[in-house]
Ligand binder design. Sequence first.
Ligand code: ADP
Ligand code: MG
Length: 389
Amino acid sequence: MSLLPQLIEQIKEEFQNRYEAVPSWVVAAPGRVNLIGEHTDYNDGFVLPMAIDRYTVIAAAPAEGPKANLFSVNKNESAEIIIDGIVNPDEKVEWSSYVQGTVSCCREEGFISRPFNALIHSTVPLGGGLSSSASLEVATATLVERISGKKFEPVAKALLCQKAEHLFAKMPCGIMDQFIATMGVEGQAMLLDCRSKKMRMVPLTDANIAILIVNSNVQHELTGSNYAERRDQCRQAAEILGVPSLRDANLLRLEKAKDALGDVLYRRAKHVITENFRAGALADMLALADWESCGRHMYASHESLRDDYEVSCDELDLLVNIAKSIGMEEGVYGSRMTGGGFGGCTVSLVRAGRAVAIGEAIKTRYMEKTGIEPTVFSTKPSQGAMVIL
Ligand code: ADP
Ligand code: MG
């Protein structure tokens, strides 16, 4: 059963307590997990995310102008944003920058909001790699749609939220997070071609299957510089391979250029080429309900990220190894790190009836080895952005 109705009831009450009025509008947008296709987005490749049953909900009502007042329950902090005129991004990124950026980008497109009071409450962990940022942006754009009485075309809405993140949060992210938060569909994952922006929805409705997310609750330093380095290595490898981007390379070409590439670029390119293949393959195997093959692709993805792309870490490897040792007989089909790496979450494909027991077992063994308590929950593919009131 979805946790969203409970969150909506709670936020209505919180809104009333804070602003002494009932909300006129309530909107929600989900976080996401990427099932496969890691570090492929900036190589014009494929990703396979799904929306999770964790949402950012915004309740709002008209206010006396000229500004909009925000309160984040998660941050326990209020903020003001500017509704009219041209707003230049601040040097310093605050949590309200995500909201300000989205409202401003909407305004540029002729979607005008009136002054409002808003309360924001999210069950997507902030900074946990499940894209609370995109869920906040997409929820904000949905609120602006609701207030202005106009609707964006969904792809335009997602791109606008991405632009807000680039300009106002100064994060040069790809399109995945905003696409899935906007266009996610219950019971479906989304195979997204990051070059053409074309989507193929992949059914994942089997009641016996659940997606288990385990947050290692570690994030190692240097994530930013490693990311820039990987991007640059991919660009270099594509140049040597004579292709516009690694999306256009294949294994035959890679093997021929092995000496020219050298060990490191060869392994980086190999990850991207094989990961693009695995993303398509996993989409096909999910649609066929071939869980065993799905699991194989997920483990292979993890090994490729660990050995060739070198973005895993001990904690993520440990979580995947624990899941693997529980094994298929006990309900684990596959497991891999998800997100940029060096910490964050793993995603596992498990038998739904065993999800709680598997989660507990992983938690116990991870804590024994690391002394760190992981956060564990299971979810089904959930619905993208929605207007609730
Ligand atoms: P992720 O998207 O993986 O959760 P990011 O660093 O991209 O991590 O985004 C997290 C940031 O987004 C937070 O630090 C905060 O500034 C902002 N944010 C997201 N959700 C909320 C919220 N409910 N309330 C306030 N700020 C939020
Ligand atoms: Mg983010």
